[in-house]
Structures are given as structure tokens and as C-alpha cells.
Design a protein around this ligand. Structure first.
Ligand SMILES: [Zn+2]
Ligand SMILES: [Zn+2]
Length: 354
């Protein structure tokens, strides 16, 4: 029997029920575990989809949250990478098989038997499923824990653990850098990080938005140029001009209009997840040896690399801080796109709750 620690959390017992305080059990740290006192947790669209069972397969009770920043309060006997007092992060994964070819290549997110999600995944230690960061504390194997650069604001750094790595990984994989024109489609939680990171990598960034009201914002975030995507003339001016496009839109949209903006050998990578299949015209790909691709978060080593890169370039997310008691309202606002650009929960608000 593994000993457990009773832990206050915020979550839901059913798809239709609002999130509320509930109690969960965390394992006591085993030899390679660290126990993290959670300070901040970002609010990701996946949290809403999972809590509301919009991607079927939610295990209840559901405690979301995979943009976690906190302080280590205890460590297991064999922990070598961290010590009590370290400020650390936990992202979308807390474990993987650690022996398949992808785990060996540092691509734990694509682990063959499947990575262990920070929430809603079978728990390898306790006879239950994993619970995320909307809680007082979390216990995680040190190999899935990241160091947060000490110059970054901790609350604003939390979204780097999902939104940051989700955009950094494809930009890195497709070798974005100086001398390239890179499109970022959609200026939200993911897209605003994509603009900042692509710019810091040295690319010329072209932001695409459906709303003229976001022009000034996109420029402030670092975009060199902004295009109103529903204006055919503005779009036509970029035909064949872009080396790479990061598509962070989760709603239905005309993918061929963007593929036509790629240069020969250019790639468009999806990081958003529209519910319906996107029709791709073969001719838009074959007439320029173009690639239509996708990407999901990043491996653990790459996540640390991203955090160090963000530390060096002083990049964090633009956030709106909330108390955990405001989470249901925050979900509704996020679904409407009414947040600039990420909600982050101040977890002190949970600790103070009776
Ligand atoms: Zn996420
Ligand atoms: Zn694996």
C-alpha cells in the first residue's frame, strides 16, 4: 500500500457540473518523486474540453490543469536533479514508458504505449487516474519536472508549460530562423506565444487574424506585419511568400487559403485542433512540394530548452490572473475568446478556502 496525502483540489464530478472544491489523494513521494507546492496553474483549452467531456473519455472526478508552476517542498531519497526550495514546472505529461524508440529520442509526447497525461490518464502508482494542477500540491517523478528560469515572472511563466512548448516545438522542428517569413494564424493563447517565440528565433513574423481590432495587439506582441485573413487582396499579397505557417486555430477555417501562401517546400503545421476534418486540396500541396503537418506539445528535454530560451529572451505569456473560485466564469469567457491571452489561477485562493 502506498501512503497518500489528502489534497484540496478544484474539479468536477460530471460533464454538466461546474467545477468546485473536492478532495483528492496524492501519493507520498517515492524514491524518485518530488512534492511540489503549486503556486500558479494556467488554464488551457484542453482543460475545458476535458472537464466538459467534449473529447470523449473523461474520467471523473476530473481535476484539470497542466501548466503548473510551484516550489518543491519535499523530495524522495534518490532524487538528484532537484532540491527542496527549487522553483519548478510541470507540463502536459507526468510519465511515459521510458523505453520505446520515441522516449529514447526525447519525444515522450509520442510515446508508443502512450505518455501519462498530467490529468485524465491512468495513474501508475495509485488505483485511480491522474489529477492536474488545480490543486494544492502535486507529486511527480523528477524526470518529468522542469526548472523555471529565475528571471521570469512565475505566474506568466506557467502557460509556457503547454502553450509555450506547443508553439516552440514545431517552430524548432521546421528550423524557423533569420531570413525566413513565418506566418502565425490565430492570435489567442497559442498564437500569441507563437508570435513571440518565432520573433525571438529571428524570423520575420506575419500574423493572420479575422479581426482588424487585433492589428495593434499583434504588432505589440512582435508581429512585423498583420494580415486580415478575410480580405482576399491582403491574402493574395502573400501568395508563395511564407517559409512556414504555424496554424493555431481550433475553429473551422479554409486551410487551402493558407497553404497557397507557402513557398515551394514550405510547411504548414497545425497546433490547434478543429473538431471537423479540414479538406485539403491536393493541388495546393503538389504544385509546390508543400507539407501539411501537425505537432503536439514537445518532449521533456525540449521543454527545458524552450524554458531556457524564454528565460534568455525574457518571454512569458500575457495573462489575466484569477482566483480558483472564478474558474467556471473563466471557462465561459475563454470559450468566447474573451481573454488576453491566458488565464492563470493564483493557487493561494484554493489554500485559503475552507
Ligand atoms: Zn494545454
Ligand atoms: Zn515510450
Amino acid at each position: 500500500m502506498i501512503e497518500t496525502i489528502s489534497t484540496k483540489a478544484y474539479g468536477t464530478e460530471a460533464a454538466e457540473a461546474p467545477l468546485d472544491q473536492l478532495g483528492i489523494e496524492r501519493r507520498k513521494p517515492t524514491a524518485h518523486d518530488v512534492e511540489i507546492d503549486i503556486l500558479f496553474c494556467g488554464v488551457c483549452h484542453s482543460d475545458v474540453h476535458t472537464a466538459r467531456n467534449e473529447w470523449p473519455g473523461t474520467l471523473y472526478p476530473c481535476v484539470p490543469g497542466h501548466e503548473i508552476v510551484g516550489k518543491i517542498v519535499s523530495v524522495g531519497g534518490h532524487v538528484s536533479k532537484f532540491k527542496v526550495g527549487d522553483v519548478v514546472g510541470v507540463g502536459c505529461m507526468v510519465d511515459s514508458c521510458r523505453e520505446c524508440q520515441y522516449c529514447n529520442e526525447g519525444l515522450e509526447q509520442y510515446c508508443e504505449p502512450g505518455m501519462t497525461g498530467t490529468y485524465n490518464a491512468p495513474d501508475k502508482h495509485l488505483n485511480t487516474h491522474t489529477f492536474g494542477g488545480y490543486s494544492e500540491r502535486i507529486v511527480v517523478d523528477e524526470n518529468f519536472v522542469l526548472s523555471i528560469p529565475d528571471n521570469l515572472d512565475l505566474a506568466a511563466a506557467a502557460p509556457l508549460l503547454c502553450a509555450g512548448i506547443t508553439t516552440y516545438s514545431p517552430l524548432k522542428h521546421w528550423n524557423v530562423g533569420p531570413g525566413q517569413k513565418v506566418g502565425v494564424v490565430g492570435i489567442g493563447g497559442l498564437g500569441h506565444m507563437g508570435i513571440k517565440i518565432a520573433k525571438a528565433m529571428g524570423a520575420e513574423v506575419v500574423a493572420f487574424t479575422t479581426s482588424e481590432s487585433k492589428f495593434a495587439e499583434a504588432k505589440r506582441l512582435g508581429a512585423d506585419e498583420v494580415v486580415l485573413s478575410k480580405d482576399k487582396e491582403q491574402m493574395a499579397a502573400y501568395r508563395g511568400k511564407l517559409h512556414f505557417i504555424l496554424d493555431a486555430v481550433s475553429a473551422e477555417h479554409d486551410i487551402n487559403a493558407y497553404i497557397s501562401l507557402l513557398r515551394v517546400d514550405g510547411s504548414l503545421a497545425l497546433v490547434g485542433a478543429p473538431e471537423q476534418p479540414l479538406p485539403v486540396a491536393a493541388f495546393s500541396l503538389i504544385t509546390g512540394r508543400k507539407s501539411f503537418a501537425g505537432s503536439m506539445i514537445g518532449g521533456i528535454a525540449e521543454t527545458q530548452e524552450m524554458l531556457d530560451f524564454c528565460g534568455e529572451h525574457n518571454i512569458t505569456a500575457d495573462i489575466e490572473m484569477i482566483d480558483v473560485q472564478q474558474i467556471n466564469e473563466a471557462y465561459d469567457r475563454m470559450v468566447k475568446g474573451d481573454v488576453k491571452y491566458r488565464f492563470v489561477i493564483d493557487m493561494a485562493s484554493l489554500k485559503e478556502e475552507k
